[in-house]
Design a protein around this ligand. Structure first.
Ligand code: THU
Length: 133
């Protein structure tokens, strides 16, 4: 398992819950991840008056990594406003798979697991490449 400072990721995620925009659900979510180059990326959920178009913390995190020049996610912490881990939703599991693959480490309330554990037999970039054309 990669050498990961989980406390740093957890505290980064907790800090991001303060920036969360969640006036509708009032569920603040923050996320922080270690990237393969050693950098840390963060995100928070951003809701909208048009309920269905809000985005999760994991989506803003991965998007911000891409916007900063790209990279690969290695380890991820996601917490709610109470500071405790919350499980990535199904859409986020798929979104994260693109940028971390099955090896991405995810801290859950029952310990560190891989994204492959959370999303077995995932559909990914390779499946598209194999079937295109
Ligand atoms: N949420 C996340 O940010 N990440 C998840 O993986 C689960 C759900 C957000 C979406 C919404 O703003 C709030 O939590 C309540 O569902």
């Amino acid at each position: 398992m990669a050498d990961v400072d989980w406390e740093r990721l957890r505290s980064g995620a907790r800090a991001m819950t303060e920036r969360s925009y969640a006036p509708y659900s009032e569920v603040r979510v923050g996320a922080a991840a270690l990237c393969a180059d050693g950098s840390i990326v963060t995100g928070c959920n951003v809701e909208n008056a048009s309920t269905g178009i809000g985005v999760c913390a994991e989506v803003t995190l991965a998007s911000s990594m891409v916007a900063a020049g790209g990279g690969r996610l290695v380890a991820l912490a996601v917490v709610a406003g109470d500071g405790e881990p919350i499980p990535p939703c199904g859409r986020c599991r798929q979104f994260l798979y693109e940028f971390g693959g099955a090896e991405l480490l995810v801290e859950t309330s029952s310990g560190v697991v891989t994204l492959g554990d959370l999303l077995p037999d995932a559909f990914g970039p390779g499946d598209v490449a194999d079937r295109a054309g």
